[in-house]
Write a new protein. Structure first.
Length: 132
């Protein structure tokens, strides 16, 4: 994929994202351009983005979406949801989805980093993330 190569995303990362269903949970406003870039760049089968704005309980909204749609990966944007995320964690566990926290704006590199930063083995950063 040309976009992935331009962003420096290695084949091993694409192997883990290709064909998966992703939910980005949080934020506000319209994010269609970013959503499509992440979908194409990391070769997700599907990427949905639920903001939860104007909802008194966004975590419940996100949890319901996870249970109904059976996502493979869920990215919860930091600062957009209450600290209590047990309902979302339980929903992800029930469907076998991985839950990660995203501290910045979703982009191809930030989504890849959020997902794979948690795959550190023995305290070592994966080779593709190492900087000189």
């Amino acid at each position: 994929n040309t976009t992935a190569r331009k962003q420096g995303i290695p084949k091993s990362v694409l192997k883990a994202t290709r064909g998966k269903r992703l939910l980005i949970a949080g934020g506000s406003g319209s994010h269609e351009t970013q959503r499509l870039a992440v979908k194409r760049g990391l070769q997700f089968k599907e990427v949905d983005w639920i903001t939860g704005e104007r909802n008194p309980n966004p975590i419940e909204l996100f949890s319901l979406a996870v249970r109904n749609k059976m996502y493979d990966v869920v990215l919860l944007m930091a600062g957009t949801a209450p600290a209590e995320t047990s309902g979302l964690r339980a929903a992800c566990k029930a469907v076998g989805a991985s839950l990660f926290y995203l501290s910045g704006s979703p982009s191809i590199p930030s989504v890849a980093e959020a997902i794979f930063a948690h795959h550190v083995v023995g305290g070592r950063v994966p080779e593709w993330m190492q900087t000189e």
